[in-house]
Write a protein that binds this ligand. Structure first.
Ligand code: OAD
Length: 234
């Protein structure tokens, strides 16, 4: 007698570290972006009001780097896990490397660098064909286009659906995030009691001590290989 069983739900929560092996800079590591730039100058609504052209230039550079990068082994293993599990990716990253690696469901908490949006109506979102949003480029309502990213001080509208996904997970894997930025860092607290939690990060993320987390202190590619080998044999 065979019983039809649903696939286990796997939720992967990623940060800048998953894209580091693709050559994209993280934010808080030594040599990271926030050493080179002040958050207040490029990633806040105040910066946008004060010096929009500087903000556009900062994100144009990020977009160019993303377009020149390719997914790495970490992204690919996460995508391949869809053959074994019902997988959802929740990423803090604005790059599209999960999608290009083949992940079919990637939720972007902090927006998407390859999209622009109206600066007066956040529902007007457009794909960007090249690598730039130019000063003077406008939405259909005539307002300047801005990057479709979440700035410090802005709401994170994808949090409630992300929390719901985490609450459905049988396995939750955190990859390459310092767990420094809120509310995203609180997602892990939405796991159910019986959920198995892994963390793949070679650095020193802020690990919540109240949760039982298996930490694999490796880079994303190697760490995800180790996690995959463990979870697909169970
Ligand atoms: P951080 O730069 O804060 O953290 C990067 C993490 O990646 C660190 O814990 C590193 O140890 C780890 N790391 C470095 N190389 C790695 C590798 N090869 N494999 C795996 N892990 C590696 O980046 P995030 O935690 O993603 O938000 O930052 C969260 C948010 O802060 C970003 O989404 C961005 C930023 O400011 C906004 O801009 C709104």
């Amino acid at each position: 007698m065979y019983t039809l069983l649903p696939m286990k739900k796997l939720v992967v929560f990623t940060g800048a570290g998953v894209s580091a092996e693709s050559g994209i800079k993280t934010f808080r590591d030594s040599g990271g972006l926030w050493e080179e730039y002040d958050i207040m100058d490029v990633a806040t609504p105040e910066a946008w009001h004060r010096q929009p052209e500087v903000v556009l230039e900062f994100y144009n550079a990020r977009r160019k780097q993303v377009l020149e990068s390719e997914p790495n082994q970490g992204h690919r293993i996460i995508a391949e896990l869809e053959s074994h599990f019902d997988v959802d990716v929740i990423t803090q990253n604005i790059d599209d490397l999960h999608e290009r690696a083949g992940s079919t469901r990637a939720m972007h908490l902090h927006g998407e660098i390859r999209k622009s949006k109206s600066s007066i109506n956040p529902n007007l979102i457009y794909p960007i064909s090249g690598d730039k949003i130019a000063w003077g480029e406008t939405c259909e309502l005539g307002s300047q286009l801005r990057p479709h990213v979440v700035w410090f001080g802005e709401e994170v509208p994808m949090m409630p659906p992300a929390e719901r996904l985490v609450n459905e997970a049988n396995i939750f894997i955190i990859v390459g995030t310092s767990l420094n930025v809120y509310p995203a860092a609180l997602l892990v607290f939405h796991v159910r009691k019986d959920c198995k939690i892994y963390l793949v990060d070679p650095g020193d993320p802020i690990i919540p001590s109240q949760l039982n987390i298996t930490w694999i202190k490796e880079k994303a590619g190697e760490g995800m290989r180790m996690v995959r080998d463990e979870i697909i044999k169970v």
